[in-house]
Design a protein around this ligand. Sequence first.
Ligand code: F6P
Length: 365
Amino acid sequence: MKKNNKRRIAILTGGGDCPGINAVIRAVTKKAILKYDMEVVGIKDGYEGLINNQFHPLSYDDVSGILTLGGTILGTTNKADPFHYAVKSGNQLKFEDRSRDVLRNIEELKIDCLVCIGGDGTLSVAHHFYQEGVPVVGVPKTIDNDIRGTDITFGFDSAVTIATEGVDRIHTTAQSHHRIMIIEVMGRKAGWIALHSGIAGGGDVILIPEIPYQVEKIAEYVHNRSKRGRRFSIIVVAEGARPVGGETVIRKIVKESTEPIRLGGISFVLAEQLENMVDLETRSVVMGHLQRGGSPTPFDRVLATRLGSKAVDLIIEKCFGKMVSVQGNSIGEAPLEQVTQGPRLVPVDHELVIAGQEIGVSFGN
Ligand code: F6P
């Protein structure tokens, strides 16, 4: 219960974590307290905490020292869409609308704004609550860099840095053993991480979901490299890449999740196919959640701080139903509604794709 007349904001983090979330929480909390004498409340585990009324106050001291910390101090989940909430009954899963519980809890919390830090799933739900009358401001986050309405998301630079280090390390062992090495990185629908880490790591072949590949073309490419004396090749593949006319490789289905399909394993499928087509030993490495964990890069710390600061400006201006965003070199805002219109994909004629092609990188097409 509120004991004073101070303005109060609540922060939640939803969906997959990524480096830089804590830097946003810190920036929002510090600015709200220092500059505007507001009260800040942290919601536990994303919308789950709003459904079950789990929150705690966030003080200036609570957010001191978290700038460099990976993950989220508030906890998160990608299984709690209040409008479509999964409930287990025996072996069965049913879905309930728990949005009324959330609206009631928000009402009781007496908040002036709910700050939702999340990806497309979390921000789509935020947009839905905005339509229900909740004052909401969004902060886009994902390592995948695929949120519409912003040129870049924090977390992406950190993920690319980690993936590139993986590619660099694989490079030397591939060279020594004259092998094809396939590095699988995250990116369900958008190949931004594969494109950037592939170019940064000097990959020979880069496979992204937006450009379906032909395995024969890849085999021909690595074979020709081998004939020219380059007896190894580095292939960077996004988990969501697929062959022309083919499907993505699904690792598992998480029924209760807002995005039930978990991808993974394309690098193993590809390795087996290539080994049967070219006379080169082929190995795979899945970078997986290494790309999501750990400390944010300096770029992401700065970006997260700028976005967090801007989020407080939007709250003060009562500019709700918006998310903070990057437009060129500036921080601005975009309607939350944009995130409901699907992911921001790599254009097939993106300047980095063309630059790669022009220096001899194969996109498998
Ligand atoms: O959206 C971010 C992301 O890291 C995707 O690239 C990846 O497919 C997914 O999350 C993995 O989710 P989880 O942590 O639930 O396995």
